[in-house]
Design a protein around this ligand. Structure first.
Ligand SMILES: Nc1nc2c(c(=O)[nH]1)N[C@H]1C(S)=C(S)[C@@H](COP(=O)(O)OP(=O)(O)OC[C@H]3O[C@@H](n4cnc5c(=O)[nH]c(N)nc54)[C@H](O)[C@@H]3O)O[C@H]1N2
Ligand SMILES: Nc1nc2c(c(=O)[nH]1)N[C@H]1C(S)=C(S)[C@@H](COP(=O)(O)OP(=O)(O)OC[C@H]3O[C@@H](n4cnc5c(=O)[nH]c(N)nc54)[C@H](O)[C@@H]3O)O[C@H]1N2
Ligand code: SF4
Ligand SMILES: [Mo]
Length: 859
């Protein structure tokens, strides 16, 4: 086996991977112990990447409509349609919508084509949905989109504050680093999140803030520190500009401060080395930029920035969210952290040798799709993102895509919800095939390297862009032979930002050879000189405090009394195009669940595991209820991941609104007015099947990948159309009409189990996992499953907690009740949590819940 060092496909932690590649597309994934971001650690998603590199579902040839086309034909069509729109309606009638899952080289090429040659600012990225508020906060405070921290600061901090971040699930390797620091030196942890997440459960202090209560909280903190004399006047005099009246205007508004506020202030006062990590609970808000600045204000006024173990740390979501921000993937930046002033445009024009540099910023994602909807955009090219699922009010987005005269989608997958709406689909290389660079949350640039040869006719995104550019008439300007050449050009271009005193400076890489690019080790940009020596990027070298007021409380709408929050699951990635293919990753949460507080559930007559209809002004969907006190009263939560390909329900952006932050344009995904109502289906069922099932036409379905097939949860009204659900084969059936129970197994001529359906009108359904595991087996399991004897003893180990070693909740609970009182002891008894560690927070919660109390009663 060959060993290849690369980086993980998923999150912005940017873990290094050592891939051992065998024949064909066989690969063993291990953490790269030499990579500074993870030092060998990987989470569940990284660990199981090998399960997602198969070619099933891949888009391997260009498609025009439903017909396979050759590359030249497809490229000429794209170029011609874009040229025609530009000729008839001007450059602003076309747009690119791109993604933090592109490599920096791809992003650079796309930005150069749109902003340099087409001459419009209309290229925006899904980072608008993700990081735009943090970017805007950085620009306001620091004068540049600069993250003033690194992961090393987590080791050195005495206090770590997580704002709107479910780190244990979404940045698990950062979480493991935080846990290690807590163990080594007692670092304190505060989590600020309206939900009691697994992350919050592990904290020293969880502040269950009201949605969007963050600005008031941080302003109140700053007032308290000021009052205590904890602000650092000497630091501020040297490094910070304070607007007139900043301190007079500083206010926490009318809000009642949340429980834990005083304790938080005490912790903050007692622990000067503080890192505040923030992500979507801060960014995805109508006041997201203000939240970012409320956090930086606190750090700047207390001198907790630019020092070891101190700083506001925006952690990025996608593997290359940062790279895209650097090259200019956001519509409001030209390139390389530059704006659109006359001088900046001129410098960029000279560098690119073009006189058609965009005049000004283009449309931001939500506005861009508004413009697609109202006909201003005539040709749209979407790359590496699935906006029909991931943009807010996705029903509107789908309408917009239907109306758009010409839609191109570059993707690796044939039938994403967005790709199905395209006029032209272009096959892109996927992780494991593509080759280039990514930048992680801490500004570290690493190489992603190809493991396998390109399948079918798939091409690198930068190459596809260059191929279109050539056919639009700009062949010489996009004539790169390889990604190394693109990277060198980008690195050379950062001379323009460096000359203007910005920190983005990669000029020392501009002359690197192909060989040294191939061998490039991870490095952090902007790390040559300590931040406080180099100064901030505003012309005076100082950072700025920003005067901000808490938002007015949201008006209560009796029609939609609840507030809908949307977020992520530990083992799914976004719209599931990759993680949805992994049987192991599909175990943690096989279905999308709506989290509801017990009182809200009781008010609506909803039972645990029952179905519930969620409605908002934008749309409605049906989800399964998970009743939990972790969800605050008056709020509900749904995951963002499920698409039409994976279920009838769960597409949470049917529900969300198009409200955005006025500064950053980032949508407020975490707070949509909503209502719920109980749904009582006539029947419930589940199906296990070897072949991928067609989309059933029933009230509710959700499918999850299994080792040898699929598991589909079903519910419906009226009669069940069994024929449409089951494959051909020999049927074995058991029924108990009195209880409305039916079980049907389908086997092939050799007795192999092809499918089994379990249906009930009023009873309970058996545990799924053992039954799903019988798929494809020939040992007469079908008979056993259907035995008319009421209870076939099915070993039920409970919902899977540890997906690496397949350990269920019941097994873990038994170990804890048997005396395994710690995560380590549970690991020794059951192996759970001993591989990637993603489930350790869950095991810790279980030990807290089920440990027989060893303590003697107090005297
Ligand atoms: N497993 C997994 N990991 C991922 C991803 C994935 O899809 N799956 N995606 C990656 C990407 S692109 C991103 S952007 C990151 C996102 O990572 P996170 O930001 O951690 O993810 P979310 O679950 O979207 O939201 C975080 C938390 O914000 C809380 N929140 C909601 N409203 C508020 C509020 O008003 N104030 C505060 N303080 N908190 C609030 C929510 O309850 C939620 O727990 O994850 C990355 N990592
Ligand atoms: N309700 C709600 N909605 C949200 C969020 C939320 O918290 N709540 N979070 C938002 C955030 S932070 C984000 S980042 C977005 C993510 O949303 P999306 O970007 O829509 O999510 P993905 O499923 O990652 O889509 C990536 C697509 O690119 C394809 N792809 C992968 N690699 C490549 C490549 O190299 N080249 C090409 N051409 N294609 C590739 C994949 O097959 C997939 O179809 O969702 C946003 N939407
Ligand atoms: S934390 Fe997990 S998903 Fe993120 S980069 Fe590391 S292994 Fe990949
Ligand atoms: Mo994101």
């Amino acid at each position: 086996m060959r060993a290849v060092r690369t980086t993980c496909a998923y999150c912005g932690v940017g873990c290094g991977i050592t891939a051992r590649v065998g024949d064909g597309r066989e690969v063993e994934i291990g953490g790269d112990t030499a990579h500074p971001a993870n030092r060998g650690g990987l989470c569940s998603k990284g660990t199981h990447l090998g399960e997602t590199v198969g070619l099933g579902g891949r888009l391997l040839y260009p498609m025009i409509g439903d017909a396979q086309a050759d590359w030249d034909e497809a490229l000429r069509l794209v170029a011609a349609q874009f040229r025609q729109a530009i000729a008839e309606h001007g450059p602003d009638s076309v747009a690119f919508y791109v993604s933090g899952q592109l490599l920096t080289e791809d992003y650079y090429a796309a930005n150069k084509l749109m902003k340099g040659f087409i001459g419009s600012g209309n290229i925006d990225t899904n980072s608008r949905l993700c990081m735009a508020s943090a970017v805007a906060a950085h620009n306001r405070a620091f004068g540049e989109d600069f993250v003033p921290c690194s992961y090393d600061d987590l080791d050195k901090a005495d206090l770590i504050v997580l704002v709107g971040s479910n780190t244990a699930w979404c940045h698990p390797v950062i979480w493991q680093r935080i846990e290690a620091a807590r163990e080594a030196k007692g670092t304190k942890l505060v989590v600020i999140d309206p939900r009691r997440t697994e992350t919050a459960e592990r904290a020293d202090l969880h502040i269950a803030i009201k949605p969007d209560g963050d600005v008031a909280l941080f302003n109140a903190m700053l007032l308290d520190m000021h009052r205590r004399g904890m602000t650092d006047d000497a630091f501020m005099a040297r490094h910070v500009t304070t607007p007139d009246r900043f301190w007079d205007d500083l206010s926490a508004g009318e809000t009642v401060l949340p429980d834990g506020f005083d304790e938080f202030c005490d912790l903050f006062a007692a622990h000067p080395r503080t890192v505040t990590l923030f992500s979507q609970g801060a960014n995805q808000s109508a006041c997201g930029t203000d939240k970012g600045n409320a956090i930086t204000n606190l750090h700047l006024s207390t001198g907790r920035i630019g020092v070891p173990g101190g700083g506001p740390f925006s952690i990025t979501g996608q593997p290359n969210a940062m790279g895209g921000r650097e090259v200019g993937g956001l519509a409001n930046q030209l390139a390389c952290h530059l704006g659109f002033s006359e001088q900046e445009r001129a410098a960029v024009g000279t560098f690119w040798n073009t006189d058609t540099v965009a005049q000004g910023p283009g449309l931001k994602a939500v506005d861009l799709f508004n413009a697609v909807h109202d006909g201003r955009i005539k040709a749209l090219w979407i790359m590496a993102t699935n906006p029909a699922v991931s943009l807010p009010d996705a029903g509107f987005v789908r309408e917009a895509l239907q109306r758009c005269p010409f839609v191109v989608v570059s993707d690796c997958i044939t039938d994403t919800d967005t790709a199905l709406m395209a006029d032209v689909r272009l096959p892109a290389l996927a992780w494991g095939e593509k080759d280039g660079t990514v930048t992680n949350s801490e500004r570290m640039i690493s190489r992603q390297r190809a493991l396998f040869p390109a399948p079918g006719e798939a091409r690198a995104d930068w190459r596809i862009i260059a191929d279109v550019a050539a056919r639009m008439g700009w062949a010489e300007d996009f004539a790169w032979p390889n990604p190394a050449a693109v990277f060198r050009e980008y690195a050379a271009m950062t001379a323009i930002s460096a000359e203007r005193g910005l920190k983005l400076d990669l000029t020392d890489r501009a002359i690197m050879t192909d060989v040294s690019y191939e061998a490039m080790e991870p490095f952090r940009w902007g790390a040559h000189q300590p931040l406080l020596e180099a100064g901030f990027s505003h012309p005076d070298g100082k950072a700025r405090l920003i005067s901000i007021a808490p938002p007015a409380p949201r008006a209560f709408d009796p029609a939609f009394p609840l507030r809908l929050n949307t977020n992520r699951y530990r083992d799914q990635w976004h719209t599931m195009t990759r993680t949805g293919l992994s049987p192991k990753l599909s175990r943690h949460r096989p279905e999308p669940l709506l989290d509801i507080h017990p009182e809200d559930a009781a008010g609506a007559g909803v039972n645990a595991g029952g179905l519930v209809r969620v409605s908002t002004a934008q749309g409605e969907t049906v989800l399964r209820a998970r009743i939990t006190e972790a969800q605050a009263k008056g709020t509900i939560s749904a995951p963002m991941h499920w698409t039409d390909a994976f279920g009838s329900a769960g597409r949470s952006n049917r529900l969300t609104q198009r409200r955005t932050d006025p500064v950053s344009g980032q949508p407020a995904f975490k707070d949509t007015p909503a209502k719920i109502a109980v749904v009582l289906p006539d029947w419930r069922a589940f199906l296990v099947t070897c072949d991928e099932p067609a989309r059933p036409n029933v009230l509710y379905w959700a499918k999850a990948r299994q080792e040898n097939g699929w598991l589909v949860e079903l519910a419906g009204m009226g009669n069940v159309d069994v024929e449409t659900l089951l494959p051909a084969g020999q049927r074995l059936e058991a029924a108990d009409m009195a209880r409305g129970m039916r079980r049907i197994a389908v086997v092939d001529a050799s007795g192999k189990l092809l499918s089994a359906l379990y249906l009930t009108r009023s009873g309970t359904l058996p545990a799924r996992e053992w039954i799903a595991a019988q798929l494809g087996l020939k040992d007469g399991a079908a008979q056993e499953l259907l035995a008319a004897r009421s209870a076939t003893p099915l070993p039920d180990t409970g919902p899977t907690v540890c997906i690496c070693h397949d350990v269920g909740e019941i097994t873990i609970r038994e170990a804890i009740e048997g005396g395994a009182g710690t995560v380590a002891a549970v690991g020794q008894c059951t192996k759970a949590g001993t591989n990637c560690g993603s489930c350790r927070p869950m095991i810790a919660s279980l030990t807290a819940q089920f440990a027989p109390t060893a303590k003697e009663p107090a005297e």
